[in-house]
Unconditional design. Structure first.
Length: 188
């Protein structure tokens, strides 16, 4: 597995090795021992699966507050997304900065989203399916979000008029968001 660092410390792009032949391919999409060998130590306890039927569906930017903050390992099994991660740790040297990567069934890339980062994805093609592992359970009372189009973030989304949930239409800017993350140098 190839591990690629991003400009946001702790946010990693993972490229599993796929073995292909005339029948298709085989790959290990997750191997705890392999990731531990790369210094990635998370105990994932739940898998989530989403389908977006249309191109231009934008989900995010989402996160959960402590003590139910989540680390996510995200991949696409059908279709493609523009995946965005934003550093929301107050005091971080990269606070408010973001990275965007294309995750697709074709490129098989995954992205590791640590606690203290907001996450969002915009579908690039119809019938896109995301799978992601998390290291804690969903907690509605800790669930929060940030406006996808917060001008202070300046995210370069591939759509100007995305398909949003009612919830994501009403998210606050980062400056006004409920956020208990403080930078401490620890990305566990």
């Amino acid at each position: 597995m190839k591990v690629i660092s991003t400009k946001l410390p702790g946010v990693l792009v993972l490229e599993p090795k796929a073995h292909g032949d005339h029948r298709g391919f085989f790959m290990e999409s997750y191997n705890q021992q392999t990731l531990a060998g790369e210094g990635i130590h998370h105990a994932f306890i739940q898998d989530n699966h989403s389908l977006s039927v249309e191109s231009g569906v934008l989900r995010g930017l989402h996160y959960q507050l402590a003590p139910k903050a989540l680390t996510k390992l995200v991949r696409v099994v059908s279709g493609a997304v523009y995946d965005v991660v934003v550093d929301i740790r107050k005091g971080s040297p990269t606070y408010g900065q973001w990275v965007g990567v294309i995750l697709s069934a074709e490129n098989k890339r995954q992205i590791l989203v640590p606690k203290g980062f907001a996450h969002g994805a915009c579908t690039l093609v119809p019938n896109t399916q995301l799978l992601y592992k998390v290291d804690d359970y969903y907690s509605p009372e800790h669930d929060r979000g940030i406006a996808w189009n917060d001008p202070a973030l300046g995210i370069d989304w591939p759509v100007s008029n995305p398909i949003l949930s009612d919830r994501d239409r009403q998210q606050p800017t980062l400056a006004l968001a409920d956020n208990d993350f403080v930078y401490g140098g620890d990305l566990s």
